[in-house]
Design a protein around this ligand. Structure first.
Ligand SMILES: NC(=O)c1ccc[n+]([C@@H]2O[C@H](COP(=O)([O-])OP(=O)(O)OC[C@H]3O[C@@H](n4cnc5c(N)ncnc54)[C@H](O)[C@@H]3O)[C@@H](O)[C@H]2O)c1
Length: 258
C-alpha cells in the first residue's frame, strides 16, 4: 500500500536500470514511500514488470525503453517520462554492466562500449534531467558507483575504471551545482545478489579469483541483497539527506573499511 505521507511523497523519481536487481528493488521501495516512479531500461519486458508491480501495489509508474548510452534515446525517454509523471525531482543513475577479462585481452571496442553504458550514460541522463531540477530550484541525483571505484580486482581494469569515473562524476556535479539546490551523491555497493553481481562472481571465479562464499563472508559478511542498497538509496533520495552532498555511500558491510 502506498503511503501518501511517505518519505518520498510528491517526488518524481527516474531510475535507469529499474527493470532488475537494485534498480527494481528501489523502484518498489520508492513507490511504497509515495514517489511516482519512471523506469528507463533497455529491457522493456523487465521494465514493464516492475511498473506493473508498482501500480498493482497502488503506486504510479511510467516506462521508457532506452539504451542509456545513446543520446537520442535518453532524450526521448526523459521527455516521455516527465510528460507522463511531471518534472523529475530525483534521478537514480543506476543502469550499468560489466566486462570481466584480463587487461591485455580487452579490445578498444569493449573499452568504449562499457564506458558508454557506465559513464557516458551518467552524462546523458543527468544532462537531460538537470534543467528540470534547476527550474524547480532543487533535485537529488544518485549515481551507482561501486566498491570497485576504490578496491581493484584482477580482470576488472576496465570495469574499475568506469566506476572510478562514476565516483568522481557524482562529486563534481555536487560541487558545480550545490549553490542551485542540487545534491548529487554516489552509492557504492559491495557484491549484491542480482544478475549482474552473480555473473561477476562467476566470471571472476572462472579467471581464478576466489569468489567463494567463504571469501565473500570474510570480505563483507554475506552477499548483499538488492533491498540493502535500495534502503540506502532511499536515504539519499529523501530529504533526510538534505545536507549530504558529494558523498560516497558504501553499502558493503565494511568491505572497503578493512
Ligand atoms: N550487483 C553488484 O554486485 C554490483 C555491485 C556494485 C555496483 N553495481 C552496479 O549496479 C548496476 C547494475 O545493477 P544490478 O546489480 O542491479 O544488476 P541487474 O543486472 O539486475 O540490473 C541492471 C539493469 O540495467 C539494465 N541495463 C543494462 N544496460 C543498459 C543500457 N545500456 N541501457 C539501459 N538499461 C540497461 C538491465 O536491463 C537491467 O535491468 C551497475 O551500474 C553496476 O556497476 C552492481
Amino acid at each position: 500500500m502506498v503511503a501518501a505521507t511517505g518519505r518520498l511523497a510528491g517526488k518524481v523519481v527516474l531510475i535507469s536500470g529499474g527493470g532488475s536487481g537494485m534498480g527494481r528493488a528501489s523502484a518498489l521501495l520508492f513507490a511504497e514511500e509515495g514517489a511516482s516512479v519512471g523506469i528507463v531500461d533497455i529491457d522493456g519486458d523487465a521494465a514493464q514488470a516492475t511498473a506493473r508491480d508498482v501500480t498493482s501495489a497502488g503506486g504510479r509508474a511510467a516506462v521508457a525503453v532506452a539504451d542509456v548510452s545513446q543520446e537520442n534515446q535518453v532524450r526521448s525517454a526523459v521527455s516521455s517520462i516527465s510528460s507522463e509523471l511531471g518534472a523529475v525531482t530525483t534521478l537514480f543513475n543506476h543502469a550499468g554492466t560489466i566486462i570481466v577479462k584480463p587487461f591485455l585481452d580487452l579490445t578498444v571496442q569493449e573499452w568504449d562500449w562499457l564506458h558508454g553504458i557506465n559513464v557516458r550514460s551518467m552524462f546523458l541522463m543527468t544532462r537531460a534531467v538537470l534543467p528540470q531540477m534547476l527550474a524547480n530550484g532543487e533535485g537529488s541525483i544518485i549515481c551507482t558507483s561501486s566498491i570497485s571505484a576504490v578496491a581493484a580486482t584482477p580482470n576488472e581494469v576496465l570495469y574499475d575504471t568506469t566506476k572510478g569515473a562514476c565516483h568522481m562524476f557524482a562529486r563534481a556535479i555536487a560541487v558545480e551545482y550545490r549553490d542551485r539546490g542540487i545534491r548529487c551523491n554516489a552509492i557504492c555497493p559491495g557484491f549484491i545478489r542480482t544478475p549482474h553481481g552473480l555473473h561477476e562472481i562467476e566470471a571472476l571465479g572462472e579467471h581464478g579469483v576466489d569468489t567463494s562464499s567463504s571469501a565473500l563472508a570474510e570480505q563483507q559478511g554475506r552477499i548483499g541483497e538488492p533491498e540493502d542498497v535500495a534502503r540506502a538509496a532511499l536515504f539519499l533520495a529523501s530529504d533526510d539527506s538534505r545536507f549530504v552532498n558529494g558523498h560516497h555511500l558504501f553499502v558493503d558491510n565494511g568491505f572497503t573499511a578493512v
